[in-house]
Design a protein around this ligand. Structure first.
Ligand code: 13P
Length: 260
């Protein structure tokens, strides 16, 4: 079994005071957990705060997006080295909110993936279908197109680099995000297995190693059933990552699974 990974996506929440309270609770609540990995993806202005508080802990931090360019006239954008300058090891990419609200596409998300790995960041690439696509039976078609965009963008050297950086994928059905409706463990397993097969088409060893997270109304009460599925390697947590006790409880569940 792959080592579990829990990632909190704070989205556009928090302020300097509430972050400090939350991060201090996480440091305290997670410090004795050694059998899984923990990450918080905070809004960019708080990266230095995350670095200052987390740098000697077992909690890593990351950004919620990155631009594909190294520098230039891209007002409001953040380059990959700007995240690594603040000690980020991870970055979320292709989140459905980026796709639907900010019009990012498979093409731009894949270009960002490429730029992220070239800067040494571990990408967490999000895929998932909308409710209409789900109801039309298009889940695998959509997920395949999102996965294949990344696979097609990376050349052999970049693919090797992505493996070395332990690239992560996340299945986040759009209909489950913030809705209180969680995918059933069986549905998540089918899609995660499908995603792993998609990676295996490119490289079988990589497919065995890559962690695939589930996201979408993940809470402490449903984490155990989801994490028990063989292809669910942890979670990408939105709302519940803002509640210290809830996030710690999810991390504690992940920590119970032994790596083999
Ligand atoms: P919720 O956990 O709030 O449903 O959000 C999931 C998500 O979008 C994480 O990236």
């Amino acid at each position: 079994m792959r080592r579990k990974l829990i990632v909190g996506n704070w989205k556009m929440h928090g302020d300097i005071h509430s972050n400090q309270v939350l991060l201090n609770k996480l440091i305290e609540g997670l410090h004795d957990l050694n059998d899984a990995d923990y990450v918080v993806c905070v809004p960019n202005p708080y990266l230095s705060q995350a670095r200052d508080l987390l740098h000697k802990t077992n909690i890593a931090w990351g950004g919620q997006n990155v631009n594909q360019h190294e520098q230039g006239a891209f007002t409001g954008a953040v380059a990959p080295h700007m995240l690594t300058d603040f000690g980020c090891s991870y970055v979320l990419l292709g989140h459905s909110e980026r796709r639907s609200i900010f019009h990012e596409t498979n093409l731009t998300a894949s270009a960002r993936f490429e730029a992220a790995i070239n800067a040494g960041l571990t990408p967490i690439f999000c895929v998932g279908e909308t409710l209409a696509e789900h109801d039309a039976g298009l889940t695998e078609v959509i997920v395949a197109s999102q996965m294949d965009a990344v696979m097609a963008t990376l050349d052999e050297n970049e693919f090797a680099l992505a493996i070395k950086l332990n690239m992560v994928f996340a299945y986040e059905p759009v209909w489950a995000i913030g809705s209180g409706k969680t995918a059933s463990p069986e549905h998540a397993q089918i899609v995660h297995h499908f995603m792993r097969n998609r990676i295996a088409k490119r490289n079988q060893d990589a497919a065995k190693k890559v962690r695939i997270l589930y996201g979408g109304s993940l809470k402490a009460k449903n984490a155990e059933d989801l994490f028990s599925m063989p292809d669910v390697d942890g979670g990408l947590v939105g709302g519940a990552s803002l509640l210290a006790d809830e996030f710690i409880a999810i991390c504690r569940i992940a920590n119970k699974y032994e790596q083999t």
